[in-house]
Design a protein around this ligand. Structure first.
Ligand code: ADP
Length: 761
């Protein structure tokens, strides 16, 4: 090709081929998106398009027809644009007979692809394409692939890609390999070979599967529980599975441990004797133990996890059951959750409860049965009260004993004088009045005696006793109170009952107690027509019975036995001590008798006191009125109080006994030292100077013949002194005020003893 083609593609085309085809060719070359340069066989430029020129900034002026290849190469290299061209130059040096493509860099990180194409006429065409965008996309892809591999290789979770059909593993990361070992197929890692089919059946329809659980084989061949998550992805024109597997062994072990701990916790809560329920933040029941259900029986059907506190509370209220036992009344209204309280259920049992908020906004309700504890506490309070009462009683007893003692002497005088006056009175009217005085005085004497008996406790002194008389005495003591309370007291005493073996004072105390209890029961009941009936009778088993019955509320069946227990009372603290019946029971037991409670004929309580009949010949009723043994007896009365002494003397005289008086023990001894003989000696116990006890000792020593006729007179037969004297001397003791009946009985006994003694001698 010639150098004529200088000046650009346009000029050269016009010269050679005329305007038509050459013009079109030039246009086409210019329109090419790549740079285009044609070199002739002489290695000189024939033509190039504008795009080519733009690839070599600064060389535009040079790139004209006939530019030699070598200069182009040198100038391009000088401007840093020679990369790639040098390889083409080397190719040319080697003949340049084959096409060549070369990629080379350009300044500003650009890339070009240079194409070398030999032409038939020995020249060659050079093309140049900017491939910067293409190269950076490629680079990016290569970088991304590398990154992905790095990430996957470093990923602590295991990842594997396999073919869907045969499970051939395409990729596995080191974690996967560590977990499963160097397997070739995903099929090998299932403990149960059919599990993979199940896995695929679940995965294939949607192409995604999470949390498929199965058992897999680890690198060591041991099975472990696993959870697989997988996706189907397109890979090289086929579909593959990408899966990650999680070893669930630890998680399951932890889960099992939590379940175990929970179960243990609930077992413990279930075994609690306390009722327990846990509610969540929404006040729904989470758990409740069996005790909780048991005690909340009226709403037990509702007590299931999830039930609302409000529903439980409402149901309980509707069933008449304590709502605080099932939940938290007022919770919805914002009441305080924390509370301690006690409640009682219809069963009568008491519970101490606590309600506390939990850290998550719920609350816990727990309670325990405190029935026994509270009863014990009450019992303790009552005992304390009882011992306080008993102390009070002792103090009162001392006082009473003192008062009674002081009353005895004047009372003796009243009784005795009244008796004697009655015998002297001619006028029946006066006699009747005296009779009244005498009866009243004797009643006073009895009351004083009973008070003394109640004030002191001592072992039973059993002697043949008329139960009827005891009952009457007791009735006398309380009659005033009973009638004052507007109640009726009826007595029905059977005549001719044999005497019982009893301690008169103690049995009086028992009957008084029973009467007072009946009175209190009737008063408490407030019935309009309260009645107490007092009866004596012969029982079929040979005991003599006294029945004290009322028409009050009676004693409930379940309490029949308990009322005899010490300190058992149904009365309020302060009003009842529960000692009364226990004491009665003890006394009656010491008598070998019985004390029972039953329903009375009128529906109230009926207490039956049974006592054994006294052994030995019975004194027939009325014997007290029998005359004393024939022959005039003599008696020495030793008494420091002149009035009492005179009264006793008068009584004795009335009974046909000749009395002599001595106003002290010393005086009595003087009389006896003079050799005086007496059938009977009646000595006061307490006197200034020598008392009755010392006198007896002296007599027993110096005049034993007088011992069988010796008796003491005392103002307080229950005192310790009296008791000691009685024990020491074995002599009878008669109490002031001396009642004629008693004196007569004593004289008869003394006379009898003396006669007996004489008969023995
Ligand atoms: P207290 O009278 O101090 O309670 P008691 O031992 O005398 O002690 O009586 C015990 C209980 O027996 C009384 O609290 C009462 O419940 C019951 N009780 C006794 N007598 C009667 C009665 N006549 N009627 C009904 N209950 C009675």
């Amino acid at each position: 090709m010639g150098g004529t083609m200088a000046g650009g593609a346009t000029d050269c085309a016009e010269d050679r081929a005329g305007a038509g085809p050459m013009q079109r060719l030039r246009g086409a070359i210019e329109a090419l998106s790549e740079g285009f340069a044609l070199f002739g066989e002489d290695d000189r430029l024939v033509l190039c398009n504008a795009r080519f020129r733009s690839g070599y900034p600064g060389l535009e002026e040079l790139l004209l027809p006939s530019l030699p290849w070598a200069i182009f190469l040198a100038e391009a290299a000088r401007r840093g644009l020679g990369r790639g061209l040098d390889r083409i130059d080397a190719h040319l040096a080697g003949g340049g007979e084959t096409p060549l493509a070369v990629e080379a860099t350009r300044p500003a990180e650009r890339w070009v692809r240079l194409g070398f194409h030999p032409t038939e006429d020995g020249g060659y065409v050079l093309t140049e394409t900017d491939i910067t965008a293409e190269r950076s996309a490629e680079e990016l892809r290569a970088n991304a692939d590398e990154l992905l591999r790095d990430v996957l290789d470093a990923c602590p979770s295991n990842i594997m890609m396999c073919r869907i059909g045969d499970g051939t593993i395409i990729y596995r990361n080191p974690s996967w390999e560590a977990q499963f070992g160097p397997r070739r197929s995903a099929r090998e890692v299932y403990a149960d070979p059919t599990a993979r089919s199940d896995f695929l059946a679940e995965l294939l329809p949607t192409g995604a599967l999470d949390h498929f659980e199965t058992e897999m084989l680890g690198a060591d061949g041991r099975p472990f529980p696993a959870r697989i998550s997988a996706r189907i992805v397109g890979y090289q024109s086929e579909q593959a599975i990408v899966a990650s597997t999680q070893d669930m062994s630890r998680l399951y072990a932890q889960r099992d441990e939590i379940v175990r701990i929970n179960r243990r916790l609930f077992d413990a809560i279930g075994a609690l004797d306390q009722g327990f329920a846990l509610f969540d933040a929404g006040h729904a029941l989470l758990a409740a133990n069996s005790r909780f259900r048991e005690v909340n029986a009226p709403v037990a059907a509702l007590i299931v996890p999830g039930v609302a506190n409000a529903a439980l509370v409402e149901a309980a209220a509707a069933a008449g059951h304590e709502p605080r036992a099932v939940g938290w009344p007022g919770a919805e209204a914002g009441a305080e959750p924390a509370a301690r309280f006690e409640f009682a259920l219809a069963s009568g049992r008491r519970y101490a409860a606590s309600r506390k908020p939990t850290s998550d906004g719920g609350f816990v309700l727990a309670w325990r049965d405190v029935t026994e504890q509270r009863a014990a506490e009450r019992e303790l309070a009552r005992r304390r009260e009882a011992s306080f009462q008993s102390e009070k009683l002792t103090a009162l007893g001392e006082l009473l004993a003192g008062v009674a003692h002081e009353l005895n002497n004047p009372l003796s005088v009243v009784v005795g004088q009244a008796l004697m006056l009655r015998e002297e009175a001619d006028d029946p009217n006066t006699a009747r009045r005296i009779e009244k005085i005498s009866t009243a005085a004797e009643r006073c004497a009895k009351i004083v005696k009973t008070f003394l008996a109640m004030a002191r406790q001592r072992p039973a002194r059993l002697a043949p006793t008329a139960l009827g008389a005891v009952v009457e005495t007791a009735a006398d003591v309380v009659a005033q109170g009973i009638r004052g309370a507007g109640l009726a007291l009826e007595t029905a005493l059977a005549p001719g009952l044999p005497p019982v073996q009893a301690d008169e004072d103690q049995i009086t105390q028992v009957v008084v107690n029973l009467l007072v209890n009946a009175q209190q029961a009737l008063e408490a009941a407030g019935l309009p027509d309260g009645r107490i009936r007092l009866e004596t009778r012969m029982a079929p088993d040979g005991m003599v019975e006294a029945v004290i019955a009322d028409n009050g509320p009676g004693v409930p069946d379940e309490l029949r036995q308990r009322i005899f227990e010490p300190f058992f009372t149904t009365k309020d603290v302060g009003s009842g001590t529960g000692v009364g019946l226990a004491l009665c029971h003890r006394i009656v037991s010491a008598h070998d008798g019985r004390l029972e409670v039953d329903v009375g004929p009128e529906g109230g309580a009926a207490f039956t006191l049974g006592l054994p009949v006294a052994a030995g010949p019975h004194v027939a009723p009325g014997a007290e009125a029998e005359p004393l043994p024939a022959g005039r007896l003599t008696a020495l009365v030793v008494e420091d109080e002149p009035e009492v002494a005179a009264m006793i003397a008068e009584l004795l005289t009335g009974l046909g006994v000749a009395p002599s008086l001595a106003n002290s023990g010393e005086a009595a001894l003087e009389r006896l030292a003079g050799g005086a003989r007496f059938d009977i000696v009646l000595s006061d116990l307490r006197m200034p100077g020598m008392g009755g006890r010392a006198l007896f000792r002296e007599i027993a020593r110096s005049r034993p013949d007088l011992v069988p006729g010796f008796a003491f007179v005392t103002g307080d037969a229950m005192s310790r002194d009296a008791e000691a004297v009685r024990a020491e001397s074995g002599r009878p003791l008669i109490e002031k005020p001396v009642a004629p009946k008693e004196l007569r009985a004593l004289l008869r006994r003394l006379a009898g003893e003396r006669t007996g003694r004489e008969a023995e001698q």
